[in-house]
Design a protein around this ligand. Structure first.
Ligand code: DC
Length: 211
């Protein structure tokens, strides 16, 4: 079975996807981690991030997989490296390259071939349009900014975080290749005011009650 969970940054996809995968006994496919892995590879090799063909070359060369701790690059766990600030800053450039996406999407399908909960912002439309269950988690920009500010703790500027989220939403929705969008037949769930547990419960109920 494949469950695809889509939606904007900060809507709670990662937490919800991880808990759903555990509840359903399925593997978790974190598609964003794969774009992060390619970005880490490009930065490590000193590749020009604007050079689409060179970045696609890195994507084609790296062997990507997952274990219970996260991403494996050429068999080595690199979860900490792919979450660095350098990768945070650079990943949207690399993820926007069509040639990189063409290299990564088949790899995502292969990893999920035995069943998975796949999380990421084109999983319901491009990667797994035929998934058994497709969900789009939405939340207002204000709610997402509040959650992120709470995660970061005292001193995190709400207004600044909100502006950043609104900027990323604009970029993600207007990107030429695989923009963030609600696909036809995808079930949208607004997570405003819901805890992660409540969202997981709602998704599991929808999955279990589906014909
Ligand atoms: O979800 P995340 O922050 O780990 O995603 C990292 C980057 O990759 C982010 O810029 C969005 C992008 N991404 C994408 O383009 N397509 C996906 N399926 C998943 C993530």
């Amino acid at each position: 079975m494949i469950v695809a969970i889509d939606g904007p940054a900060g809507a709670g996809k990662s937490t919800v996807a991880r808990r759903c995968a555990e509840a359903l006994g399925l593997a978790l496919l974190d598609t964003g981690a794969m774009y992060r892995a390619v970005t880490w590879g490009a930065l490590t090799q000193g590749v020009d991030l604007q050079d689409e063909a060179a970045c696609a070359g890195v994507a084609a060369e790296l062997e990507l997989d997952f274990d219970e701790d996260g991403v494996l690059i050429d068999g080595v766990s690199r979860e900490a490296e792919i979450r660095s600030r350098e990768v945070d800053r650079a990943v949207s450039i690399v993820a926007a390259h069509s040639a990189v996406r063409r290299a990564i999407v088949p790899c995502q399908r292969k990893i999920a071939s035995a069943g998975a909960v796949a999380e990421g912002r084109d999983t319901t439309t491009v990667v797994f349009p035929q998934a058994d269950h497709r969900f789009f988690l939405s939340a207002s920009a204000e709610e997402r900014a509040r959650r992120r500010a709470a995660q970061r703790g005292a001193g995190a500027g709400y207004e600044e975080i909100l502006a950043d989220i609104q900027r990323r939403d604009r970029l993600d929705s207007t990107r030429a290749d695989s923009p963030l969008t609600l696909g036809e037949g995808v079930i949208e769930l607004s997570t405003d005011g819901l805890s992660a547990d409540e969202v997981v419960e709602a998704l599991l109920q929808l999955i279990r009650s589906a014909p």
